[in-house]
Design a protein around this ligand. Sequence first.
Ligand code: IMP
Ligand code: MG
Length: 177
Amino acid sequence: MENIKIKDKEFKPLIDSARIQTRITELAIELNSDLKGKNPLFLAILNGAFIFAADLMKGISIDCEISFVKLASYKGTKSSGSVLTLIGLDEDVNDRNIIIIEDIVDTGNTMTELLPKFNVFSPRSIKIATMFFKPAALVNPIKPDYVGFEIGNEFIVGYGLDYEGLGRNLNDVFVAI
Ligand code: IMP
Ligand code: MG
């Protein structure tokens, strides 16, 4: 695989699509076994998780539901606290086993804002499945339950992840150099 350039940045290959697919098959096997009989509700976080969610679901053979939500930032007053609002959650999450599907957990700020939004409901359980995880960048006590790949504290594109809107469509993952 060759290096690519997106806007001003050069990227080199990090993880090819075959490795990604192999890992997703393993994750799906784990989820099928952990969630059998629990009719889980997968909640994929747009935009980044759309490809991971689609590929993962192809390997899920148990009864389950999937829905797509988005975190939108809004201009709130400082005192209002949260800066992200959850949109698109139309399902009743009470008593459900929720699996959040994320593209990447970096600082963990997004998950730290998202998880309390479920406090007004009574889900049976909430787990996080993320394709990529940067343990060295984490600044919050977030521990993803299912991780595709742990990577270093570096910037990646491809497989749903973008650099300034570009690169989400790449089948392989590249890292900034
Ligand atoms: P966090 O809130 O810092 O955990 O990161 C959340 C979001 O930042 C992710 O959902 C991505 O949209 C974005 N992000 C973090 N790291 C990267 C990266 O390496 N490449 C592309 N987007 C990233
Ligand atoms: Mg994201």
